[in-house]
Design a protein around this ligand. Structure first.
Ligand code: PBG
Ligand code: ZN
Length: 361
């Protein structure tokens, strides 16, 4: 469409003279004390690609990205995840190669999710010494030092319980206090295998204090806790649950995860974690919860992580695979907006692609 349109202006619309064609040019200038148009022209800030780049207020740095890795017991090779095109479940034997590839891209942190072959009512395979996550962490730790690779482990029971809940079920309800000891035991077993950061995601009250006490008692004073402090009950987790076989077999997670209408309650959750000695706080999901990320950023001084979840990945991926959007530019826009909202760290299934884009590949 040509900018030099020949359409005549509708008669009834007043036509404002521009300063340049104003007969009394100085009278227009009188209103300009230097703080507004025409002295001020905000478009000057966007006039060239180099200036635009220089003036970016937030950036996505590869060093701030965390890549989620699914490790499954009893499989022989890489298994593609149907609900998350481009993601896979890996056997322990393929982990070292996977991490080498991540390090080549500049990604230096992973969060590990285990998929065990055995589930029971008490999630005992979650803290077994030869459990899937424990074996994965030991294997990686033998190969990569903490200076090279930060190993984060998800601490929860839902992949390990026969009922699929994030805690111990008693009389049809998830019991808060009897879950704390199990979470602490899982966290200690991960630390013992060599995890740098444990990430409790069960949304039980007191989970950070229980884990901190247990870690300290066992001599793991330097292991960090990154709590899923404000974790919402979200329909955006369903691709993950089919990938990790962790959907609740009855009921839902609404009695422990936050309702999506609530932001003040999220701040109270974070405040409690802070009082219990959390090292890094988290908001999850990310893109529909940018306001919560901003509120958390402004209310607390702790490092803040945002988890861009499986459903967010699936939405973008499905649209991209249909040719409805340009995947690379949407990925960089969404990650940049999560940073603009105030996140320091982003956990994302797009970490690899984002790293390639940032590295210019
Ligand atoms: C385990 C856990 C879940 C996710 C992270 N840790 C699933 C859930 O709470 O149901 C979701 C991650 C994602 O959707 O990408 N509690
Ligand atoms: Zn869980």
């Amino acid at each position: 469409m040509s900018m030099k349109g020949s359409k005549p202006k509708p008669q009834h619309q007043p036509r404002w003279p521009s300063p340049m064609e104003d007969s009394d040019h100085r009278s227009t200038r009188l209103h300009d004390d230097g703080s507004s148009f025409p002295s001020v022209r905000l478009r000057r800030l966007r006039r060239s690609s180099a200036i635009r780049d220089m003036l970016q207020e937030s950036r996505v740095d590869v060093g701030t990205l965390v890549y989620p890795v699914f490790v499954q017991e009893g499989i022989a090779g890489r298994e593609p995840i149907q609900s998350m095109p481009g993601q896979s479940r890996l056997p322990v034997s393929l982990l070292v190669d996977e991490v080498r590839h991540l390090l080549e891209l500049g990604i230096r942190a992973i969060i590990l999710f285990g998929i065990p072959s055995r589930k029971d009512e008490y999630a005992s395979s979650a803290y077994a010494e030869d459990g899937i996550v424990q074996r994965a962490v030991s294997m990686l730790r033998r190969e990569f030092s903490s200076d090279d690779l930060t190993i984060i482990t998800d601490v929860c029971t839902c992949q390990y319980t026969s009922h699929g809940h994030c805690g111990i079920v008693d009389g049809g309800r998830v019991d808060n206090d009897s879950t704390l000891g199990v979470l602490a035991r899982i966290a200690v077993s991960h630390a013992n295998a060599g995890a740098d950061i444990v990430a409790p995601s069960a949304m039980m009250d007191g989970q950070v204090r229980a884990i901190r006490d247990a870690l300290d008692d066992e001599g793991f004073k330097d292991v960090l806790i990154m709590s899923y402090s404000a974790k919402y009950s979200s329909s955006l987790y369903s691709p993950f649950r089919s990938a990790a076989d962790s959907a609740p077999r009855f009921g839902d997670r609404k009695s422990y995860q936050l309702h999506y209408t609530n932001a003040r309650e999220a701040l109270r959750e974070i405040e409690q974690d802070v009082r219990e000695g959390v090292d890094i706080i988290m908001v999850k999901p990310a893109i529909a919860y940018l306001d919560v990320i901003r509120l958390a950023r402004d209310a607390f001084r702790h490092p803040l992580a945002a988890y861009s979840v499986s459903g967010e990945y699936a939405l973008v991926k499905a649209a991209a695979l249909q040719g409805l959007i340009d995947e690379d530019s949407v990925v960089m826009e969404l990650l940049s907006c999560i940073r603009r909202a105030g996140a320091d760290i982003i956990i994302t299934y797009f970490a690899k692609r984002a790293a390639e884009i940032i590295n210019g590949r």
